[in-house]
Design a protein around this ligand. Sequence first.
Ligand SMILES: *Cc1c(COP(=O)(O)O)cnc(C)c1O
Length: 378
Amino acid sequence: MSERIHLSKAEVTEVEEQFVLAALRSGWIAPLGPDVEAFEAEIADRVGVKHAVALASGTAALHLALLELGAGPGTCVVLPSMTFAASANAVVYTGAEPVFVDSRPSDGNVDPVLLLQAVDELRDEGRTVAAVMAVDLFGRAADYEAIEPALANRGIALIEDAAEALGARRGGKPAGSFGRCAALSFNGNKIMTTSGGGMLLGDDGPLIEHARTLATQAREPVPWYEHKEIGYNYRMSNILAALGRGQLRRLDHMIGRRRAIRQLYREGLGNLAGVRFLGDGADADACDNCWLTCVTVDRESYDLTADRLVASLNCHDVEVRHLWKPMHLQPVFGGARSFVTGASERLFSTGVTLPSGANLRDDQIARVIDLFQSALAR
Ligand SMILES: *Cc1c(COP(=O)(O)O)cnc(C)c1O
């Protein structure tokens, strides 16, 4: 039978092989080295920010961002409910309390009005809001025109979780350049990968430099091992940074292919009544890196939930997945404070992500479209 069609598999070529081989042969194995510095500079340049520190994961980047902005016991951090658990876990690592805010229906990103309402209500109650974390969902930047100035007026720091959104833009500004600092992920399934890795970036030099110290076991710059703070072992290795440099050379190509795949899905599924592409609208593609194409299926038109769609395509070896299950519905965050409208729950029960990897061929996308249409027709 035909081979399994994956959701978002890493694509590596001779370009990456050459970077990694050169790093291995250079002798810079343990663990930092010149490729780390070069990778940081190249990503900072790409995103248009001044400073960056390469890390072991996107989760580590979020953890350090939160620590730098004073998240800790007795404070809370407001973030979207519809996100990957890592966004919320990082808040809990610091001892702060996560407070969840629902999505807007159009693209699943955080509802800016509800977000500000949550912040104001918490402050009226005398709570300390250490930061707001916005998430750029499935590769589409959050509504920073609405969020950034309103938080600045209130004196509240913004962290951008851009783990899914490298290459996306909003109002002409690249994802990863919003807020006081931003986190990227280079996990294997993201738009580009270092196998596992992440980066914290921003224009605030002292913030990024202090995060760099914390990430390097909080070692003081003296000849012996001197520590004034509790540190972490969070840096990226030189070999993986070399892989990232190779991937970055091909990022635009990989985004272009994912965009073309989105277009194939539009042509194949866009005319079906009751099928909607998440985030489709006026300037949809301009601000989207097309990481994962997500569609929702209207409950009125089809007697079909995301569950059944996921099951019916997976039994044909096509990896279709649920959207992120909202955090306020997760057992582990059961008691958490949430500002909920029902929008993310609806998206979760009716939405799926379609195979979107840059290495998928046109005939594989055609197969997904066929299977999707038959699942709807049943
Ligand atoms: C992937 C992801 C992370 C975590 O990144 P890792 O590199 O896997 O630790 C955080 N937030 C979001 C929204 C993500 O998609």
